[in-house]
Design a protein around this ligand. Structure first.
Ligand code: CP
Length: 291
């Protein structure tokens, strides 16, 4: 059964294959190829891009889609997460897409739910489809991964995007660094000064400060953050000619990224969002294999 919990369980060849399928999806292949299948999107944490790009991917594949609303469900009467997922399985649907704020929520489902589960983000641990769309965007830009340098800047410690990306990017031969405020650094990764990173990197990936995961307020004001770690137009001018800017979004204009940088020539932010539809088509197709 082709569930997807973490990219670390896929080989480099499997990841490259998923990116190849995603490129085929981008070129218009596989429209309506999963007609008749039913998938439920179970989001227990807010989402715009992941939920609705999965929704778009499912529609393109011809699937029927159930978008679950936890606030209007029997969870309000005390039904558990497990019982909710088990109920959807009992309807006879073909797959579930799940986002949950609990790290590794899927461990309580493994071996007990017998339809594919696609992880749309678990706590601060993993975000496999975000990472795939990031990889697709980088491969489109440079044609390869080996030797490319990336700095992931900002709230790394609480970021499932950073954790998933650094693990897979290192396996693909990229050199990964982190930058940003000390309180959000993760000591297992190589640190680089932000202004040095701006000059040296092929990819600058900015992260939002995830206040919703913090127990304490940030020690910097938003203005201080922007001055020290924000990607301003002045800093963009110092980047290499070929370097690009990425962000998983949502972004906070005027904090980690200046308003005028969001859609500047080097920004690939909306390209990433567009690629999200195609990588999600690819993982849904993989999940449907053999069903
Ligand atoms: N990048 C991302 O996961 O965005 P959403 O939280 O809007 O899905």
């Amino acid at each position: 059964m082709n569930s997807l919990f973490q990219l670390s369980s896929l080989s480099v060849d499997e990841i490259q294959h998923l990116l190849d399928v995603a490129e085929q999806c981008r070129q218009g292949r596989f429209i309506d190829s999963e007609k008749g299948k039913i998938v439920a999107n179970l989001f227990f944490e807010p989402s715009t891009r992941t939920q609705y790009s999965f929704n778009t991917a499912e529609e393109k594949l011809g699937m029927k889609v159930i978008n679950f609303n936890a606030q209007a469900s029997s969870m309000q009467k005390g039904e558990t997460f497990y019982d909710t997922v088990k109920t959807f399985e009992s309807f006879g649907i073909d797959a579930v897409v799940i986002r949950n704020r609990q790290d590794e929520y899927y461990k309580q489902l493994q071996g007990r739910i017998n339809i594919p589960i696609l992880n749309a983000g678990d706590g601060k641990k993993d975000h496999p489809t975000q990472s795939l769309l990031d990889l697709m965007t980088i491969r489109q830009e440079f044609g390869h991964f080996d030797g490319l340098k990336i700095a992931i800047v900002g709230d790394v410690k609480y970021s499932r995007v950073a954790h998933t990306n650094i693990e897979v990017m290192q396996r693909l031969g990229m050199q990964c660094f982190i930058s940003g405020p000390e309180e959000y650094r993760d000591p297992q990764y190589d640190y680089i000064d932000f202004d040095q990173a701006v000059k040296d990197m092929d990819v600058i990936m900015l992260l939002r400060v995830q206040h919703e995961r913090h127990e304490q307020a940030m020690s910097l004001t938003q203005e201080e953050y922007h001055a020290r770690y924000g990607l301003t137009l002045e800093r963009v001018k110092a980047m290499k000619d070929t370097a690009i800017i990425m962000h998983p979004a949502p972004f906070n204009r005027g904090v980690e990224i200046a308003d005028e940088v969001v859609e500047c020539r080097k920004s690939r932010i909306f390209k990433q969002i567009n690629n999200g539809v195609f990588v999600r088509m690819a993982v849904l197709k993989r999940a449907m294999e053999g069903r």
